[in-house]
Design a protein around this ligand. Sequence first.
Ligand code: SF4
Length: 326
Amino acid sequence: MGLIVYSCPYVPAELIVAYGLTPSRILPESTGLNGPIDVTAGVCPYMRGFVNTACTMSGVTGIILTTVCDQMRHAKDYIEQRTAIPSFLLNVPSTWQIPSVIKLYISELKRLGNFLETMGGKSPATDYLWRVMEEYTKKREKLRALRADLNAMDYSMAIAEFNRTGQIMHALPGRIAEENKVPVALIGGPLTIQDFNLFNLIRHSGGNVVLDGTESGERTMPAPFNGRRSEKDDSLLELASCYFGHIPDAFRRPNSELYKWLKREIDCRGIKGVILVRHIWCDKWHAKVPRLREWLKIPFLDVDIDGESSAIRTAGRIQAFMETVS
Ligand code: SF4
């Protein structure tokens, strides 16, 4: 089955499966320069890592980008101009409060369906998409249940593996008690696999990540689907409601749902400090720094990372921050 690679949480894996293709929402190993993007100035390191990874993986049939940030729009240009791999840009509206917007997102899913057909996919029979959605809901229930049994880094890795393969990892390590550690949240853009070391840095500095609210963590899981109740139920509308209508993010206008979600999680998990992780050149999250600093009632640290050279500086900043949180 053709392999369709993407990074954005607003791309529903279920739709790709229903078309008979293989979805893979990947995280790059690092932000390396091997691939079509070999420049650093003005380029989000995460976007570069994603494009370079997606374009050098074997067996990739097509790549899906979305309009959630300008860097990912540019990613489409890089792929078109520097490779022969087919790509598709899904328009994800930033506004969400008026009903016509969800119709626009649904029309984009239909346009994505057309692209998937050009990739060898077949438009699914009427209730096949429902069946795929039901299967994914069951798998995600199992994935959500793992949170109680795993440390935050292992849970985020299990989420990343599920997004990449559609499978729940076996052989997961058990939870290690994190007594006397200060509970903190990570929020921000997506992490590369290398960036998962942040969890260890925080732990070595006396903290314990109890919420991974980065784009690669639990924040971006879609809501569970309501099962099909009648012949008239519209699978695309349900898919759109659970993805577009549910996932909070910094690019939404207004982004009040992100703040509501964060407040709820801070309160119920007893979080004492928030660390925003953002890749340099990520305007989407950089723009949120002043508001978060003003809005949060607990200590806040803004960390910009660039993949390689910032590691030592980041470790020092996290250590200093954890000394201020109690
Ligand atoms: S980290 Fe920010 S700029 Fe980079 S791809 Fe993600 S949202 Fe876009």
